[in-house]
Design a binder for this molecule. Structure first.
Ligand SMILES: [Fe+2]
Length: 441
């Protein structure tokens, strides 16, 4: 059910449930390690976990306690410390941050006030409060930081501290690629209540006919690229990609470790054989593009990905998710840190799109050959720093969410972006190709 279709009391309950779920996850991620580990910087790319925790509370205080609630500040004195624009991640450990006990007390105090604010909010009127938007934004913000904290856990050295059951088994897919027909489709949304500014508004986009893979590229396929000397041949790489390949001495996905003639991987502290039929993860955009070029294919554009994920040829309309309009369930997609790895190809037949494309949502974020820009009619909301300041920067788009993305923080319209060299995120890719004239006859 979409948020706008709920009654006010049902919406209030939904908001409360989503806030609780996000907090339970933050607690799992921060209680899993000791105080030493919480304040340590596990990688220059990441904040100490204790920064993420207090930052989650600070954003919640700014938007829900002060703005929506109109209440007195809880800790105005720490706003600057937890402003992501003021302090790059590498500098954060040197700041006079709240210690773990203070951070836990702070987020608890803020949350108590927020439940009080939620009781009193009409969840309509001001745009910020309509359909609980500000609450939804804060839920998504916490879940996004939880995924970031999960990536910090992957970078952390030491014995495993996170545990989850293995994902469901895979099964072979009937075809390797499908044709997405030529024509317009509705991209983005104007009706999804908690969609962020960069997903809006809905607008028609024409897409030429193209073929897209029914599954993300697997570890086995990627290993064949490595074995064929893909990392040693500049022909497959863009100029900037090759320069980075050389400078960073890339030889395999991040967290792969040589084991004689083969490879193992380090996954949250477990060193294990690489499952051949699982989507490859921890590759940067440049690696994804090099693989696609080597394979005689290309990466999809953002519009192509979204059309493959949402377009229903039977009705001509765009769905909320590949499987339909229902919120993601465990049968649809590998989301929400239920498992600590991508699932093998074919593990979610109930999550396929009408055109038969699998695992578009969940498992791995998918790198796309598109830059970040606003849609026609874009309007910054509720603040320019959410999206607009990143338009036109050195970013490539990512879609679909990963096993570490919560269902509350992803939709088929949801847009993510990152630098094309990033490998610590849970990103993989799938390939596409142009349709040839004889294939359309
Ligand atoms: Fe943030």
């Amino acid at each position: 059910m979409s948020i706008a279709e709920r009654g006010t009391e049902a919406l209030r309950e939904h908001v409360a449930t989503q806030l609780r779920r996000a907090r339970e996850r933050s607690v799992v991620l921060t209680d899993a390690v000791d105080d030493d580990d919480l304040v340590r910087q596990h990688s220059k790319l990441m904040s100490p976990l204790v920064w993420d925790l207090a930052h989650i509370g600070n954003q919640e205080e700014l938007w829900l306690v002060r703005d929506v609630g109109g209440r007195e500040p809880v800790r105005e004195d720490i706003d600057n410390l937890y402003d992501a624009f003021q302090h790059p991640r590498a500098d954060r450990p040197a700041l006079p941050l709240l210690d773990p006990a203070q951070a836990r007390g702070y987020v608890r105090e803020v949350r108590d006030k927020v439940f009080d604010v939620l009781e009193g909010s009409r969840l309509e009127g001001r745009r910020l409060e309509t359909d609980g938007f500000a609450f939804g934004m804060i839920v998504q913000h916490e879940q996004q930081h939880d995924e970031t904290m999960l990536a910090t856990h992957q970078l952390r050295r030491g014995a495993p501290v996170l545990h989850a059951p293995a994902p469901p088994a895979g099964r072979p897919l009937p075809v390797a690629e499908v044709l997405v027909p030529e024509g317009p489709f509705a991209m983005g949304t104007s009706i999804e209540a908690w969609a962020l500014d960069n997903e809006r508004p809905a607008h028609d986009v024409h897409v030429d006919a193209f073929f897209i893979d029914t599954a993300p590229v697997t570890n086995a396929a990627y290993e064949a690229f490595i074995a064929a000397g893909g990392y040693d041949d500049p022909r497959w790489w863009s100029e900037v990609g090759w320069a980075y390949r050389v400078k960073a001495d890339l030889t395999a996905p991040r967290f792969w470790v040589r084991d004689g003639a083969g490879w193992l991987r380090d996954r949250f502290g477990h060193v294990e054989p690489i499952p051949p039929d699982e989507p490859v993860v921890h590759v940067c955009f440049h690696e994804a593009l090099a693989y696609a070029t080597w394979a005689g294919r290309r990466l999809p554009t953002e519009a192509e990905w979204e059309k493959a994920a949402r377009f229903d040829p039977a009705t001509g309309r765009s769905r909320r998710f590949p499987w339909g309009d229902e919120d993601p369930g465990p049968e649809h997609a590998n989301l929400g840190q239920r498992h600590l790895s991508p699932a093998p190809v074919g593990a979610y037949p109930a999550g396929a799109s009408p055109l038969g494309v699998h695992q578009l949502v969940g498992d791995v974020w998918e790198w796309l050959d598109s830059d970040f820009h606003g849609y026609p009619g874009f309007e910054a909301f509720p603040y320019r720093e959410y999206s607009e300041v990143f338009f036109g920067g050195d970013y490539k788009m990512l879609r679909g969410g990963s096993f570490g993305t919560d269902p509350a923080a992803v939709r088929a319209t949801f847009r993510n972006w990152d630098h094309p060299i990033r490998r610590q995120i849970f990103a993989g890719f799938r390939c596409a190709r142009d349709a040839r004239a004889e294939e359309l006859a």
